[in-house]
Design a protein around this ligand. Structure first.
Ligand code: FMN
Length: 397
């Protein structure tokens, strides 16, 4: 798997003569597994057509901040949220100056301001322009703000000058974007994650379960693998494909999930209880299908074991993170869960909102520990997964 698999890259193409190379940059990013959306500045559009970028990226090209249709849903904010990284290649002197000044004068500069993802900039211009005090001062400002500069190369330029200012080859640029996602935050660490829904049989045909799809747990697993961890997944019923780099243990009932976790928890550094485990199982499941009748049917339920609480009580307990899927008194219920279970943090999910949480590709959560609450706004589960893993490693490792 490449470092850009499942990554969303927004490519900003600005008014440098090197903009003709942008379709090739799109292709090289795609070769590494990325999904690419392009923002084309007015200057960029003088050197490359929207059509070539649309054809290569297979997505509509965004070129106008004042696009009434796109801005119905706040297009520039959506684009900023969608991006896992922003790459501006080529970056013109003018665009670099806009970013350094914090301007929001066009779509590209607005998206940059609205994003909280890593930004890479590949300046490309005449050698004298590049060496100018203004451009160098602007680039220094960007470096101070943790924006990564992909240095231009030395050579013969379009204008005939020889010097520094040439855009590096597209595959070099794409590789540098890929390197940004190569994290070692969890290298050498072992992480056990439960995910998906449990299924409790009523009879051989019917069951008691819930809407969990396993998408959030799967995104967390991806983020841990990306960060270099050795991941074990104890999976209930899931509707997503799980990363085969993880050890995958199938456990579809609450009882099996409990057994599988307790059997594998030894030596784990982090335990994330993301599965929606049934609080009750059927006391006496029927061996044969229950026949329809006019009588009221009572099914007796019996409480299942509290996996998170048990893991938290272990002598050599790993860092324990729980999930709280709540529909009311959200913060209060989540705080109670944090205290009752004795875990290190709870990730609160508001599952009353049909657009978020269960089954959805997006979520919005609050990361709650004894010291603080960190709100993570609505975003793809992939991005939230990475943020959650970043927070866990910063707070507890
Ligand atoms: C023929 C031509 C070539 C240009 N090449 C570059 C270039 O390579 N790099 C650069 O920074 N600006 C270059 N410029 C200037 C930019 O296109 C100009 O500053 C433009 O306003 C940039 O707009 P943008 O940053 O919004 O894309 C060139 C202009 C022309 C007319």
């Amino acid at each position: 798997m490449s470092h850009l698999t499942n990554k969303n890259i927004v490519l900003g193409v600005s008014g440098s003569i090197a903009a003709y190379k942008a379709p090739d940059i799109v292709r090289r990013l795609q070769d590494l597994g990325a999904e690419v959306r392009v923002i084309l500045t007015q200057g960029g559009a003088q050197f490359i057509t929207e059509l070539s970028l649309q054809a290569t990226s297979k997505n509509k090209v965004h070129d106008n901040l004042w696009d009434k249709e796109a801005e119905l849903s706040m297009g520039h904010i959506e684009l900023a949220k969608w991006a896992d990284a922003l790459l501006i290649a080529p970056a013109s002197a003018n665009t670099i100056s806009n970013i350094a000044a914090g301007k929001a004068c066009d779509l590209l500069s607005s998206v940059i301001l609205a994003s909280d993802c890593p930004i890479l900039i590949a300046p490309a211009m005449n050698q004298q322009m590049y060496a100018s005090i203004s451009v160098q001062a602007n680039l220094a400002t960007l470096v101070q703000r943790d924006i990564q500069i992909i240095n231009p190369e030395h050579g013969v330029q379009a204008c005939g000058d020889i010097g520094e200012g040439r855009l590096p080859e597209s595959d070099k640029i794409a590789k540098q974007v890929g390197l940004m996602f190569q994290s070692t935050k969890l290298s050498g660490k072992k992480v056990l994650i439960t995910l998906g829904a449990t299924i409790e049989a009523i009879d051989p045909v019917r069951y008691l379960s819930n809407h969990s799809s396993g998408k959030m747990g799967s995104a967390l697993a991806e983020a841990c693998i990306e960060a270099g961890a050795q991941v074990t997944l104890v999976a209930g019923n899931v509707s997503v494909e799980l990363n085969q780099k993880a050890e995958i243990i199938s456990a579809t009932t609450a009882e099996k999930m409990h057994q599988s976790v307790m059997k594998n928890i030894n030596g784990q550094d982090i335990f994330i209880a993301c599965a929606a485990v049934s609080d009750y199982s059927i006391k006496n499941p029927e061996n044969h299908k229950i026949k329809k009748s006019n009588q009221t049917l009572t099914i007796e339920l019996t409480p299942t074991k509290d996996i998170l609480k048990e893991v938290c009580k272990l002598d050599k307990k790993p860092i324990c993170i729980g999930f709280a899927a709540e529909t009311q008194n959200l913060l209060e219920n989540a705080q109670n869960k944090l205290n009752n279970k004795g875990c290190d943090a709870i990730i609160l999910n508001d599952v009353s909102n049909a657009d978020l949480g269960f089954k959805s590709d997006e979520n919005a959560v609050v990361f709650i520990d004894q010291k603080s609450n960190v709100k993570l706004a609505k975003n793809s589960k992939q991005k939230l997964g990475r943020k959650i893993i970043e927070i866990i490693s910063e707070k507890f490792l």
